[in-house]
Design a binder for this molecule. Structure first.
Ligand code: ZN
Length: 178
């Protein structure tokens, strides 16, 4: 009887550990590691991230052949644009992006992390150097703004006061999205 139970328990455990791995795909760019659930979300993210003529030219110059390539190029081009506008070039910049499908999931993630109601459609958590964003509310304006927070946080060696952080991020975004 005992032996039979062990045979039952083991496959169940294997399924439990295997399941979360299936749901999480990752894409590594020069600067970021993007975690997403499936190809549809990546496609939606790419569609909503309309970068404008000038930046798109830079995306195409890097000769993307797949959807993954195009997303990678867009992320890196926007990071470099933010760095250029701010004139902040952090050494060995690396950060994470967690892509959800809906804004409700972004708000849930915020609530879990900070134990207060999430009101933002996207946010950056300096503690784990991660941007949280949903496909639903992805736009160049929102994404570039969060990337500006990433660049500012990783450039300064001392914590930047929140008001200055926000001021600089808004200034950078306004230069990129006109
Ligand atoms: Zn902000």
């Amino acid at each position: 009887m005992v032996i039979r139970n062990q045979y039952v328990v083991l496959p169940i455990l294997m399924i439990l550990f295997w399941l979360p791995a299936v749901g999480a795909e990752t894409l590594k760019t020069r600067y970021a590691t993007l975690t997403y659930t499936n190809q549809d979300h990546l496609e939606g993210f790419n569609d909503n991230l309309r970068v404008g003529k000038q930046l798109y030219y830079m995306v195409k110059k890097r000769k993307p052949r797949t959807l993954e390539d195009e997303v990678k190029n867009k992320i890196d081009v926007i990071v470099e644009e933010v760095e250029t506008v701010l004139e902040f070039f952090p050494d060995n910049l690396r950060f994470e992006i967690q892509l959800f499908e809906t804004t409700a999931e972004v708000k849930q993630a915020y609530q879990k992390l900070f134990r207060r109601e999430g009101v933002y459609v996207a946010f950056f958590n300096p503690r784990n150097n991660t941007v949280y964003i949903g496909v639903e509310d992805t736009s160049l304006k929102i994404f570039a703004h969060e990337l500006a927070h990433v660049v500012i946080e990783n450039y300064y060696k001392v914590p930047t006061p929140p008001k200055i952080h926000e001021f600089l991020a808004r200034m950078a975004t306004s230069q990129i999205v006109r």
